[in-house]
Design a protein around this ligand. Structure first.
Ligand code: MOS
Length: 767
């Protein structure tokens, strides 16, 4: 049904002239930038450096009590015996909450494309019965006067389980895998021509399996809430990337009106997809209600591993067939990942293969393996991060086999239009990104022969790979714009600042949009009491808010022209005749006709004008093929003695539309690339299939890259504006990680002649 609706809308939009749609006319700010494109420092920087920025677990409250959670140690079963007496008698304990005394509530509605206010990551009941569905599930919560007392009391709860058989083995569960009809807004199973036959008949072919392990979220800030019931209203200080929908979801769950729940989250210490709505917020809200006191619940690092889902493991098959000239006649990308039916994230690893290359035939399909496990969730470039590993290693393998430079092989298969839909790309300059990247990196020094470069015990290699991430703009993002008589402007909405520079860039944007200096603009966010912005996800927040600010500016212009009236030099001009410039409104045709905001508001005897507006529906996403893309380059050394890998250089060459602030953008790109190093070399959730338990639920055992693992990282970009998007920008948050694992794996091959197709590339695999 969803496939039919979306495909029908796409077909219909194909017939609608572009100029009638959002993105049909390029945003004038693409040409007229003053503050945008400047290397401004983050506005939230000083507050963070001086410790004034207050995070969710730092909000002081009177009579606060502290929470601790207890997690199931078995995978499937029932609680057969539960003894909380010792915990209840422990010093400082205020409440022990289990399924026996937890208030009865419904289940969370899962994140989905059909209901954007639904944001649950798991639809399993939360402390509602004695059933255990995965190892690590929350089975009890303790509130006490101090954190230490809560932690201690939780250790005194005794539970015996009646254990039941559980599905914990990926390979065993594959036979019963489900094949969903759609993956996000795309049809899942795509067949163009007869790809199986084309691969068989191809002059050159590769056909391999690639395996990636599960990954856990490790944001610096632990998940935390401080919650307080104030009469019939609920105040939630949360660390979340989805403020407005979380408030809605909590209201629904606890039978409140939307306005009765206020979620505050002005700062988030890293999200990456993991800071959504999980069991802990619900447990904290329920516990606070039972005791009539405010509650702080900050997850331990181990709790984050046990109850916050991460990236799904995958097994992917990529087969490519090519003719003698290297033109692809078939791309097959199929595979399995884990997605329990009570989870929300389909790990869309085949998305990249739909957009990267031309081919005569395609076969693409994903299967979901059902395990008894904490639901996997979105984790920086979900799908694309591991999907690009598979397809981009396969392309490198084919290039090697054919004796063609891998960049040249990609160039020969660069699509003119979207390879599956035939839709025009809004803007795409991946070949430019490759050319500039190759030059900057010194790609010509690469030797095609594996193992040809050495330095003592070290073998040296270079590799490259493409990254890809679809453009997204969220519908329904609102913003309030208030222009005051003194010429200052306040913008507000419930947007999220997770460290990427949300307010900084939108202040730069609003300054240019309104013809004001950045100092005149303030931006309030992080509060569900403000107009609902969009969530921070899918690398979509910047353009989503930008479209709302555009709409608010248009509304403001109309309002100001009305107030200006007939005594103004602007008399008789309509909105389309004017532009906002030099702290006022000016006639586009006659620059002498201008009136300042101050003058208009003074004459109208108004202290301020305030408008609320929502961005246009994001139809450009359906009318055009829109993707951020990148070329990633890596040079590394592999020790012949130990198998150890040292990355010497990493370069990302990005094609993501206009770069709005080089400083915040470079930081986003580099952060993503560092996560890519972890994906390639160190990160792996070790899952004990015997009991379904994560074995390395600590930062000591789950290895993320540290400073010594990370070389100098260079980032460059084409900076070519996308004529179809607000500000000419596309997402930059997630593209950074994509392609990195393949570039590293391809460099390892170039150094050693060893092709490692299962991540992470640890030294044992190279000896
Ligand atoms: Mo993201 S994985 O949309 O934070």
């Amino acid at each position: 049904m969803q496939n039919v609706v979306i495909e029908t809308v796409k077909t219909a939009l194909g017939w609608v002239p572009a100029q009638w749609l959002p993105g049909g006319t390029p945003d004038p700010l693409i040409e007229r930038r003053v503050a945008l494109g400047r290397q401004d420092s983050r506005l939230d920087g000083p507050a963070k450096v001086t410790g004034l920025a207050r995070f969710a677990a730092e909000v002081p409250m009177e009579r606060l009590c502290y929470g601790a959670l207890l997690h199931s140690t078995v995978t499937r079963g029932r609680i057969a015996r539960l003894d909380t007496a010792a915990a209840e008698a422990a010093p400082g304990v205020v409440l022990v909450m289990t399924h026996r005394n937890m208030p009865r509530i419904g289940t969370l509605a899962l994140i989905g494309v059909s209901d954007l206010s639904a944001v649950g990551n798991s639809s399993l009941p939360i402390l509602q019965n004695d059933e255990v569905r995965y190892n690590g599930q929350v089975v009890a919560a303790v509130l006490a006067e101090t954190q230490e007392q809560a932690d201690h009391a939780a250790s005194l709860i005794e539970i015996d389980y009646a254990v039941e058989a559980a599905k914990t083995r990926f390979d065993d569960a594959k036979a019963a895998a489900r094949t969903p009809a759609s993956i996000l807004i795309e049809r899942n199973h795509v067949l163009v021509g007869n790809a199986a036959q084309e691969v068989d008949r191809a002059a050159h072919r590769v056909d391999n399996l690639y395996r990636t392990p599960g990954h856990n979220h490790n944001a610096i800030e632990l998940h935390a809430v401080t919650v307080a019931w104030q009469g019939e209203t609920l105040l939630v200080h949360d660390a979340t990337q989805m403020i407005a929908p979380s408030a809605n979801a909590l209201a629904k769950l606890f039978g409140l009106k939307k306005q009765q729940v206020r979620v505050l989250s002005p700062y988030v210490g890293g999200g990456f997809g993991g800071k959504g709505l999980w069991d802990h917020q619900v447990v904290a809200v329920a516990a606070a209600k039972l005791v009539g006191r405010p509650v702080r619940l900050m997850l331990s690092r181990e709790s984050v591993y046990r109850m916050i889902g991460g990236r799904s493991p995958s097994e992917q098959r990529v087969a490519i067939g090519a003719d003698a000239d290297g033109r692809f006649n078939a791309i097959i990308h199929t595979g399995y990942s884990v997605m329990p039916p009570y989870g929300a994230c389909p790990e869309q690893y085949t998305m990249c293969s739909r957009a990267l290359y031309n081919a005569k035939s395609f076969e693409i399909v994903q299967h979901h393996v059902d395990l008894d496990i904490v639901p996997n969730t979105y984790m920086r470039a979900p799908g694309e991060a591991i999907g690009t590993f598979a397809i981009e290693c396969a392309v490198d393998e084919l290039a090697h086999q054919m004796g063609i430079d891998p960049i040249e092989l990609r160039r020969r298969n660069e699509p003119e239009r979207h390879p599956l839909s035939g839709t025009a790309f809004s803007q795409r300059a991946l070949t430019t990104a490759y050319a500039e990247g190759a030059q900057h990196f010194g790609w010509e020094r690469r030797l095609a022969e594996p193992g040809a470069r050495r330095d003592g015990e070290w073998r040296i290699g270079m590799g490259c790979a493409s990254g890809s991430f679809p453009y997204a703009r969220m519908p329904g993002a609102h913003v309030r714009l208030t222009l005051r008589r003194d010429g200052t402007v306040n913008l507000s909405c419930s947007a999220q600042e997770m460290g990427m520079g949300t307010s900084t860039v939108q202040v730069q944007h609003a300054a240019d949009r309104l013809g004001l200096p950045v100092e005149a603009i303030s931006f309030d966010m992080g509060d569900s009491a403000l107009p609902a912005g969009s969530m921070a996800g899918g690398s979509s927040q910047t353009v989503s808010l930008a479209a709302a600010i555009m709409a608010a500016t248009e509304k403001l212009t109309g309002e100001l022209l009305r107030l200006a009236g007939n005594d103004s030099p602007l008399a008789g001009l309509r909105a389309r005749d004017v532009q906002l410039v030099d702290a006022g409104i000016g006639d586009v045709a006659d620059t002498a006709r201008h009136e300042s905001y101050r003058s208009i508001l003074t004459r109208a005897a108004r202290e301020e004008v305030s408008v609320i507006a929502a961005g246009s529906p994001p139809l450009e996403m359906l009318k055009f093929a829109m993707h951020s893309s990148s070329a990633v380059f890596c040079e590394l050394r592999v020790s012949e003695v130990t198998g150890e890998i040292r990355i010497d250089r990493l370069l990302g060459s990005f094609d993501c539309g206009t770069i709005l602030n080089p400083k915040t953008a470079a930081s986003q790109f580099k952060g993503g690339m560092i996560m890519g190093i972890g994906l390639a070399l160190t990160e792996e959730t070790l899952f004990d299939a015997r009991n379904g338990r994560i074995m390395n639920a600590t930062l000591a055992d789950y290895h993320i890259p540290v400073h010594l693992d990370v070389p100098e990282i260079d980032v460059i970009w084409t900076g070519i504006p996308d004529p179809r998007s607000p500000l000419g920008a596309r997402g930059i948050g997630e593209i950074g990680i994509t392609g990195v694992a393949a570039a590293i794996a391809n460099a390892v091959f170039n150094a050693t002649g060893k092709r490692i197709r299962d991540l992470p590339i640890t030294l044992d695999k190279l000896l």
